[in-house]
Design a protein around this ligand. Structure first.
Ligand code: HXC
Length: 512
């Protein structure tokens, strides 16, 4: 008996060694942690429960029958992050380059199926040479099995991908269908075809990093959300991030969004907000400052901070409970809505709505960005995404207009007309079809500069304030900036019992 038990430990030790000491050293030499070391950082101490440690591949071609490594290049199971259940897979680059075989895929599918059944997030740590070349189509089938589950899980359990090594070919489409992607600078990349193929087909010479590295994907493409300096930083951030998210879309039944104790008083007044808006309408201010002053302990986890920075999206807490924040950023392009910012915020709003996370929107928007570049690239369709996302969202929606809310962008930014639950404005708000000067130049075309100046002053006095909108009930209340946190906290409390359903449909047809 005791020797049988000892044999189990020997087998376990062999499995834990993955591709062996030499390959582990090579992994470390690249500045990367191994699959198991990553799980140690990600999960609470001793919380990891592994499954399928002894799964082996079933390939008999190219001498593979003699190369068996227990676990087959991916470590799977469950664990906790600050006590909350998550399912994980961590690809082991030391075993056949973390490449995906039929059995490797089956292991990932097993934990995804479990996560869906019990209602807990899936976190994938990706570090893989792609399809296991020796297995051919069996591996492609494995990928498709994972893709199918990514789609079924979408909107049911949060899915987070950490890209911590190669991710190329069709393999990129699994992370692409998850909710958020974190990447590690200089050691991870994602592309459909690598630099060699690019060179052959288009004659372009490009490095892996420039083609699909963390910086490229978090600035230009928006494929990834946040870039980190190294594995540890990315994994620790993933822990913080998961703390904000409900375990599943069924979380409402078990109390909704996670709640963490906070010493930050719910009614904390912030006198600094009364002077945040500069005297001149054309002068910017940093929307981050407002967010930091309003949310619990100034803690804001921003997604896509380096892409379309004219809109800010991220998670924070009020009274310890998660909220999603969307805010125009006057510091970048005057906070205008354009294609990229509309797409970025639309996807964020939809995530919040899918997982019952209340949305707080701070508005300071001069409108949509004019120009042929925007029009010819489809600002109509892409702007409609954000409009659609806000309009379909049934979660609690609180909106605060701090300064400009002009034109169509006023409607889009969680206005009353899109079922905003509580729409507040600061006294500095200007809610109008457009800025006073532009408006007067159109309706008084051909008038002298003196007359234009006079009419502009008149238009400003009439419309550059929140009271016209408030007189129509489009604004529920004009509030003192310093009371914003208190108002939002009270609003969220009131809205906890909100119940609103859209008409039955198979699914909607958001302009993709
Ligand atoms: C089997 C693989 C492998 C793969 C790497 N290895 N990729 N084994 N299938 N796809 C093995 C190597 O043989 C090597 O084994 C070990 O992993 C480490 O690989 P190295 O090349 O030594 O590492 P490195 O220099 O860091 O290069 C990593 C790499 C390179 C850039 C990922 O290995 C590479 O280009 N691999 C092939 C990538 C690829 O073409 N994949 C298929 C893409 S198509 P030893 O025993 O020497 O340690 C695809 C389609 C998916 O994925 C479609 C889904 C729909």
């Amino acid at each position: 008996m005791s020797s049988t038990i000892a044999m189990l430990e020997t087998k376990r030790a062999a499995a834990r060694l993955g591709g062996g000491e030499k390959r582990i050293a090579a992994q470390h030499a690249k500045g990367k942690l191994t699959a198991r070391e990553r799980l140690d950082v990600l999960l609470d101490e001793d919380s990891f429960e592994e499954l399928d440690m002894f799964v082996e591949h079933n390939c008999v071609d190219f001498g593979m029958e003699t190369q068996i490594v227990p676990g087959d290049g991916v470590v799977t199971g469950s664990g906790t992050i600050n006590g909350r259940l998550v399912f994980v897979f961590s690809q082991d680059f030391t075993v056949f380059g973390g490449s995906l075989s039929e059995r490797h895929a089956a292991k990932i599918c097993k934990i995804m199926d479990m996560a869906l059944k019990v209602g807990a997030p899936v976190i994938g740590l990706n570090d893989s040479g792609g399809a296991r070349i020796q297995e051919g189509v069996a591996s492609l089938g494995g990928y498709a099995e994972v893709f199918q589950r990514n789609v079924l899980a979408s909107g049911v359990v949060p899915q987070l991908s950490l890209i911590m090594g190669p991710c190329a070919g069709g393999a990129v489409y699994s992370p692409a269908m998850t909710d958020f992607i974190f990447m590690v600078k200089d050691s991870s990349y994602m592309f459909v075809t690598g630099p060699d193929v690019v060179k052959t087909v288009t004659n372009e010479v490009v490095t892996q990093e420039a083609l699909g590295g963390a910086v490229t994907h978090t600035t230009k493409t928006s494929v990834a959300d946040v870039a980190f300096e190294n594995d540890v930083e990315a994994l620790l951030a993933a822990r913080d991030f998961i703390d904000f998210l409900p375990l599943s879309n069924r979380a409402k039944e078990s109390g909704g969004v996670p709640e963490r104790p906070t010493a930050d008083p719910w009614d904390r007044a912030e006198a600094g907000l009364d002077t945040l808006i500069p005297a001149s309408a054309s002068q910017p201010y940093d929307m981050h400052e407002l967010i930091a002053k309003v949310v619990d302990e100034g803690d804001f986890f921003e997604v896509q901070p380096a892409h379309a920075a004219n809109i800010l999206c991220g998670f924070a807490r009020i009274e310890g409970r998660t909220i999603g924040i969307v805010a125009n950023q006057p510091m970048v392009l005057a906070g205008v809505l354009d294609i990229n910012s509309s797409k970025k915020a639309a996807r964020f709003v939809r995530f919040c709505d899918a997982f019952e996370i209340p949305i707080v929107t701070f508005v300071d928007v001069p409108g949509f960005l004019p120009g042929t570049a925007q029009e010819h690239n489809g600002i109509i369709k892409h702007g409609a995404k954000l409009l659609f996302a806000y309009a379909e969202a049934t979660v609690p929606k609180i909106t605060v207009i701090t300064r400009k809310a002009y034109g169509g962008a006023y409607d889009v930014m969680a206005s009353k007309h899109l079922r905003g639950d509580l729409n507040y404005a600061w006294p500095t708000a200007e809610i109008a079809v457009m800025g006073a000067k532009g408006a007067v130049e159109i309706i008084f075309r051909g008038k002298t500069p003196e007359e234009i100046a006079e009419r502009t002053a008149e238009y400003e006095a009439r419309f550059a304030n929140p009271f016209v909108a408030a007189s129509k009930g489009f604004i529920d209340e004009v509030i003192q900036p310093h009371s914003t946190r208190r108002r939002i906290a009270l609003g969220l409390r009131k809205l906890r019992g909100k119940s609103l359903e859209n008409p039955w449909k198979k699914h909607d047809n958001i302009p993709l």
